[in-house]
Design a protein around this ligand. Sequence first.
Ligand SMILES: Nc1ncnc2c1ncn2[C@@H]1O[C@H](COP(=O)(O)OP(=O)(O)OP(=O)(O)O)[C@@H](O)[C@H]1O
Length: 273
Amino acid sequence: MTADETPATETSANHPAGAPSPGLSPAPPALAIRHVTHEFGARKALDDVSLTVPAGSFTALLGPNGAGKTTLFSLVTRLYDNRSGSIDVLGHDVRREPAAALSALGVVFQARTLDLELTVLENLLYHATLHGIGFRAGRRRALELLEQDGLADRAKDKVRNLSGGQMRRVEIVRALIHRPRLLLLDEPTVGLDIASRAALVAQVRKLVAQEALGVLWATHIIEEIVPGDRIVVLHRGRVRADGTYGEILARTGSDGLGAAFLSLVGEDSEVAA
Ligand SMILES: Nc1ncnc2c1ncn2[C@@H]1O[C@H](COP(=O)(O)OP(=O)(O)OP(=O)(O)O)[C@@H](O)[C@H]1O
């Protein structure tokens, strides 16, 4: 079977990918991190971190600068080796089964990584090729995703001519090209205006709802989090709270997420309310 003929992940309206099948054991979470510690010399960037991103959930990783969010993403993506604890993507341990784990993973890094001199479509096809997807299947998938996101008319434009928000949306499309089940986004809205930020968050929430994608969204912007989201509060390398929006408010006795966050991490935070 060629890459062009590789069947898409089976989905249907009643049984989206990642959701448990009737009669079968429940699907593994999109991401399960257990007891991970990471040090840079004497500095402990992560200290016994455990968290789960269920399939079909929008989980916000909320933490101020220096909390350890990027370090955590670097461990999940294997930029760094996790020497303690375990990290499973869709049930695959990233150390023992890196190929299976990484093929289920899409990432949008903090720094922009599109080639400005290539067109939108060329950028997407380049990425598809890296994932072993044939030219025709890659083109079909890229155009389908651009269409869904309202960007089809920009396919042949050089990336240089897009707005910052559009570039970010293309990066999300690129991260989805190989049909991952987990999407990691590291502070994707930094530098965007309010309208672009809202469009980006809406794009990702739609994916969670329609495709049962598990999303881990690192941010320090409280406004991006809404009731119904799962939240992991990370501060100075430690998980300070992990639960639904309502659980975090109830646990801290707060009437808003800003107040809840402050009561969890104290005054030395740089989280934007
Ligand atoms: N390569 C490195 N060498 C030494 N220390 C590092 C390195 N990378 C990160 N750190 C330190 O680890 C801690 C966590 O940093 P990290 O970048 O993961 O936080 P973050 O939550 O992503 O912050 P930001 O929002 O500012 O990117 C910080 O104290 C940082 O200075």
